[in-house]
Design a protein around this ligand. Structure first.
Ligand SMILES: Cc1cc2nc3c(=O)[nH]c(=O)nc-3n(C[C@H](O)[C@H](O)[C@H](O)COP(=O)(O)O)c2cc1C
Length: 306
C-alpha cells in the first residue's frame, strides 16, 4: 500500500508471520526517467522474500523497460497494478483505467512477460470493473491469463466504489472457477476469521491483506494460528506497545529520523484506535519531533500500560 508498506512496515509484517510481500506501487515512468528518486521504493532485502515489485503505467514499452530495470534486484515476482483508482494514476490511463482498455492491458502483460523471460513470476492485480454497469473482471482476468500472467489478484470493488462499500467476494468465486492460474483474493480481511472465510467462500488460492494489517501486523500470525489450532491469541497491551516500539526502531533504521518521525505520525495512529487515551496520544505524536519522544508518549499512555 502506497505510503504505508515501506521497508520498515514490511519487516514488521514479516516478523509477524506475513508469507509474501509486495512493494508500494511504483511508477514505471518514474523508474525510467527519475531512476535515482524512484529506486528507494523498490529496494528490499532477502528477509522480505518472497518479494514482488509492483509497477504501474499505461505504455507497454515503458512498463517492459521498468520491469527489466527491476530484474536487476532479482525480485521473486513483478506485479502489474491494474486496479488503482486514484485520480492522478487513472488520468494517465494507468491503474484501473486499463480495465477500460483490456487489449492494452493484455499487451502490457505480453511485453513485460517477454522481458522477464520467466526469470521471475508475473502477476497482475485488478478490480471488478469500472462501475457496476461494466463489470468485466471475468473477461479481463481470462485475457491476462492468456497473455501470460502467472497469477492474478482480484480486489472486487469497482472504480466508482473506491474503498467504500463491501468487497463483493462472489466475484472472486466466479473468477476462480474460470482460471487455470492461481488467484489471490483481496478485500475486507480485517480480522483473522475473515481470511479463513474468504478461502472457504471463494476457493481462492491465497489471500492478500491491506488495511487489515495497519496497526495490527500480528494479524498474519493470528491467521496461521487460527488455521492450525482453530483459535488465536488476541493482541494485548504488551504486544501493541512492543510492536509500536519495534515499528519506530525499524522506521528510524531505514530512513533518516526526521523523515521517519513524520511518516510514523500516520502509521502509528492505527495502533491507538479504541485505546484509552488513544485520541490524546495521536495528537501528541503529531507534535513529536523525535523517535525517543514518541516512545515516551506511548509509554505514558493510559491504555498501553501493563
Ligand atoms: C492507502 C492505500 C494505499 C494503497 N496502495 C496500493 C498500492 O500501492 N498497490 C495496490 O495494489 N493496492 C494498493 N491499495 C489497495 C489495497 O492493496 C487493497 O487492494 C485494498 O485496500 C482492499 O484490500 P483491504 O480491504 O485488505 O485493504 C492501497 C490501499 C490504500 C487504502
Amino acid at each position: 500500500m502506497a505510503g504505508y508498506t515501506d521497508r520498515a512496515f514490511r519487516h514488521l509484517c514479516k516478523e509477524n508471520g506475513a508469507d509474501v510481500m509486495v512493494s508500494e506501487m511504483v511508477s514505471a515512468d518514474g523508474l525510467i526517467r527519475n531512476t535515482k528518486k524512484t529506486i528507494p521504493y523498490i529496494l528490499f532485502d532477502d528477509l522480505e522474500r518472497p518479494f514482488g515489485i509492483q509497477i504501474f503505467g499505461s505504455d507497454p514499452y515503458i512498463m517492459a523497460k521498468a520491469a527489466e530495470l527491476c530484474l536487476a534486484w532479482n525480485p521473486d515476482f513483478i506485479d502489474l497494478n491494474m486496479g488503482c483508482p486514484v485520480k492522478k494514476v487513472v488520468r494517465k490511463g494507468a491503474g484501473i483505467a486499463l480495465m477500460k482498455n483490456p487489449v492494452l492491458a493484455e499487451e502490457i502483460v505480453r511485453e513485460v512477460g517477454s522481458v522477464i523471460e520467466k526469470k521471475c513470476f508475473l502477476g497482475a492485480k485488478f478490480r471488478s470493473g469500472w462501475d457496476l454497469t461494466s463489470l468485466n473482471y471475468l473477461d479481463f482476468g481470462l485475457r491476462l491469463q492468456d497473455a501470460g500472467a502467472d497469477f492474478l489478484c482480484l480486489h472486487p470493488r469497482t472504480h466508482s466504489q473506491m474503498f467504500s462499500g463491501k468487497a463483493n467476494w462472489s466475484h472472486i468465486t466466479e473468477l476462480k472457477k474460470q482460471l487455470s492460474i492461481p488467484l489471490i483474493g483481496n478485500g475486507d480481511i480485517h480480522i483473522p476469521e475473515d481470511a479463513l472465510k474468504m478461502y472457504e467462500e471463494t476457493g481462492c488460492d491465497s489471500v492478500m491483506i491491506g488495511r487489515g494489517a495497519l496497526g495490527k501486523p500480528w494479524i498474519f500470525n493470528q491467521i496461521h494460528q487460527l488455521e492450525k489450532t482453530g483459535d488465536y491469541t488476541p493482541a494485548n497491551r504488551q504486544l501493541i506497545l512492543e510492536t509500536m516500539f519495534r515499528h519506530i526502531d525499524l522506521a528510524t533504521h531505514f530512513k533518516p529520523e526526521d523523515v521517519a518521525v513524520k511518516e510514523l505520525r500516520s502509521q502509528l495512529c492505527f495502533y491507538t484506535k479504541g485505546i484509552i487515551g488513544g485520541a490524546e496520544l495521536r495528537q501528541a505524536i503529531n507534535n513529536a519531533i523525535s523517535a525517543e519522544q514518541i516512545k515516551e508518549l506511548i509509554k505514558n499512555c493510559e491504555g498501553l500500560k501493563y
